[in-house]
Ligand binder design. Structure first.
Ligand code: BG6
Ligand code: MG
Length: 219
């Protein structure tokens, strides 16, 4: 029944949240305010412009649409300084063995990310060839919790949502998976992700059967 797994990138395959945080914080500081790591949690899975809107709201800053585009571009330049230095050792623990294990089990692999930088990141850490489908923030025009990013992935893999498991670290990403009719597995803390079918802290030591039993389905 399960034929494919679709992975979010940021926070699931690699920890790029820390680089987003540094770059967004630099933007906030240059605009004269600061925000916390807890607030940063709310930016997970949110598009670049959507994130900027939230941050400006937190700082009580208003600006023209043209200025918003220019600040978002600056933030992206700062962010890219970090991601273009990323190495395969930044792949999160347990991910490589889990991808190998899925391949052995004949499961198709897809990537579904809101990031326009997804393609560069996945190339940088040497995982590009692992994924039969890569849908990023350039291909998907609607932000999570809209299911578009995962629906496009399922389509590219030639599968129905009910044949796919989505792995996500963001609450909005779990919403997107559920809205699309996918099985949704949260990676991280139960507190943020308790609407998922199953939550695991990370992929260390995890097998497909652990996941299938956890969400009570048969492959
Ligand atoms: C998501 C991240 O994967 O991509 C968000 O969780 C980020 O924090 C979004 O804002 C867009 O990323 P980018 O690379 O297009 O600015
Ligand atoms: Mg994520």
């Amino acid at each position: 029944m399960i034929k494919a797994c679709i992975f979010d990138l940021d926070g699931v395959i690699v920890d790029t949240a820390k680089y987003h945080f540094i770059a967004w914080r630099r933007l906030a500081n240059e605009l004269g305010f600061d925000f916390t790591e807890e607030e940063n949690e709310q930016l997970k899975g949110v598009s670049r412009m959507g994130s900027l809107e939230l941050i400006l709201q937190w700082g009580g800053v208003q600006m023209s649409e043209a200025d918003k585009l220019s600040w978002a571009a600056k933030k992206n330049e700062w962010y890219r300084e970090y991601i273009l230095k990323m190495q395969p050792d930044e792949i999160l623990d347990g991910v490589m063995p889990f991808l190998d294990h899925l391949k052995e089990r004949g499961i198709q692999l897809g990537l579904g990310s809101a990031s326009k930088n997804a393609s560069d990141i996945i190339t940088q850490v040497g995982l590009r060839d692992r994924f039969a489908s890569i849908v990023d923030g350039a291909k998907a025009t609607k932000s999570k919790p809209d299911p578009q990013v995962f629906l496009l992935g399922a389509m590219e893999l030639g599968r129905q949502p009910s044949e796919c498991i989505v792995f996500e670290d963001a609450a909005k990403g779990i919403d997107a998976a559920l809205n699309g009719g996918f099985y949704a597995v949260g990676i991280g803390k139960e507190a943020h992700l308790n609407h998922a079918h199953l939550v695991i802290p990370n992929f260390i030591g995890i097998t497909l059967d652990d996941i299938l039993n956890g969400i009570q389905i048969k492959a």
